[in-house]
Design a protein. Sequence first.
Length: 222
Amino acid sequence: MGARLVIMGPPGVGKGTQGELLAERFGVPRLSTGDMIRAALEAGTPLGERVRAYYEAGELVPDEVVLGLVAEAFDGSEASGGFVLDGFPRTVPQADGLGELLAARGIGLDAVLSLEAPEEELVDRISGRRVCAACGLVTHVRAVGEAAACPDSDCRAGLIQRSDDRAETVRNRLAVYGAQTEPLLAYYARSETGLTAVDGTGTLEAVRDRLFETLRTAEMAG
């Protein structure tokens, strides 16, 4: 039986990448609500059509609709043996809803992991990110310096900084995350599952190893 995990963390901390590595380690799917929303829209499912109505109106997708997508994923064969929830829940009401979904299925979470890193490092990671306008390659100014061209020798198109990667925008995103998530961290810290903070600084491999060791200590990684 695979693990049932939640991985949380602020923008730029690497939870998507580490969520993929955890999912691969345990042989379970990584469930991202953003990915689920896009898939539902493309598939035109009944929930997808509900999502489309909010998208077209420029409104946020309500918690109950997002929870419906999560419930569909839980009931699918792919996630029947476990999952890694990436970036969900984001609020205490979503956590309450998740708890109800799990209880209705007679299952629980094995661990809630919170990746952490100093704000200045997160701002540097995101604001230094550059994207190739042609091939989509993602790099960082530390790797390419002030070069304006894609480092791929077969491309060499211009590099751009996305508008939501600008330092002032990143700081605002971090502030919003902190305001929304601080109560959620306390919620899980008080829960039966508990909350495990993991240092998200250093190389991808170093963070991965910390996560795996954390779960081994919890007698999950074997």
